[in-house]
Write a protein that binds this ligand. Structure first.
Ligand SMILES: C[S@@+](CC[C@H](N)C(=O)[O-])C[C@H]1O[C@@H](n2cnc3c(N)ncnc32)[C@H](O)[C@@H]1O
Length: 248
């Protein structure tokens, strides 16, 4: 067994290779990357429902949509990998019970409402094999509230707006053209709920996962973290948190 250590924050550090032996993550089975966004990670089944994925292969359509304000510049220039499979993950998963060894999902769950989120996690539980691992990365509500309180103490008048911006339940329409506002209302899905480590861990346990614990950036027992955990910018600033659970 490889040694573990602990940080001051109490997050346990475990060597990923050793952990997969210790905890018996199945050696075979699917690796599901759910709500992948445009970037497909080799070795994973990358799944996302975005309609932009469907049209992004046809450049003239993107240009027209960008011109009428339906897309941001970033959306216009982002090319979606051909290896992203389009699927709405609020629907029952098409994969067999116990067919996956790992599920990774970053910044997706907060776009689902409470019922959808629970159903999504139940489906994750169903498709994972015994010993399979789920790793979720989400915007960190706890850290955002801390930042809000610190900004208030400094007398920063933008504290509340910054917090609301981070929560992102409604896009900041005031900075948008009229057509973009309409397009956003029709096509865009902002956040539906927010979590901290404790609230997400509680749901994971309710759904049936065990060994649920907070992790640090690129640390944990999920395989392939060096490649799949790629949101360097936000994660380093503590804007995201990381939780893993194991299928018993
Ligand atoms: C904020 S992006 C995160 C993308 C990437 N995982 C990352 O961390 O950079 C959220 C992604 O979740 C996808 N998504 C949201 N709801 C979904 C659903 N019901 N089914 C599948 N994908 C969904 C969106 O299309 C979008 O690509």
């Amino acid at each position: 067994m490889m040694p573990s250590d602990s940080t001051a924050s109490g997050v346990e550090h475990v060597d990923p290779g050793a952990a997969s032996e210790i905890r018996g993550i199945p050696l075979t089975g699917m690796q599901l990357h759910l709500g992948s966004g445009p970037r497909a990670i080799p070795g994973w089944l990358n799944v996302d429902k975005s309609w932009v994925a469907a049209v992004s292969r046809i450049s003239p359509i993107l240009d027209v949509l960008a011109r009428v304000g339906a897309l941001s510049d970033q959306q216009r220039t982002t090319r979606w990998s051909q290896d992203v499979t389009r699927r709405d993950l609020t629907k029952p998963f098409p994969w067999q019970t116990g067919s996956a060894r790992a599920i990774y999902s970053s910044h997706m769950l907060e776009h689902l409402d409470r019922v959808q989120a629970r159903d999504f996690l139940k489906e994750c539980f169903r498709v994972l094999a015994t010993g399979g691992i789920i790793r979720l990365v989400l915007p960190n509500l706890g850290r955002a509230v801390e930042r809000y309180q610190q900004a208030r103490q400094r007398g920063d008048a933008r504290a509340a707006d910054d917090l609301i911006g981070f929560l992102y339940f409604v896009p900041p329409y005031e900075d948008m053209s009229r057509t973009r506002r309409i397009a956003m209302r029709l096509l865009h899905r902002p956040h539906a709920w927010m979590y901290d480590e404790a609230s997400l861990s509680a749901i994971l346990r309710q759904v049936g996962f065990v060994e649920v614990q907070a992790r640090a950036f690129r640390e944990g027992i999920c395989p392939d973290l060096e490649r799949i955990e790629h949101r360097l910018d936000e994660c380093f600033e503590g804007s995201s948190f990381f939780v893993e659970g194991v299928h018993p």
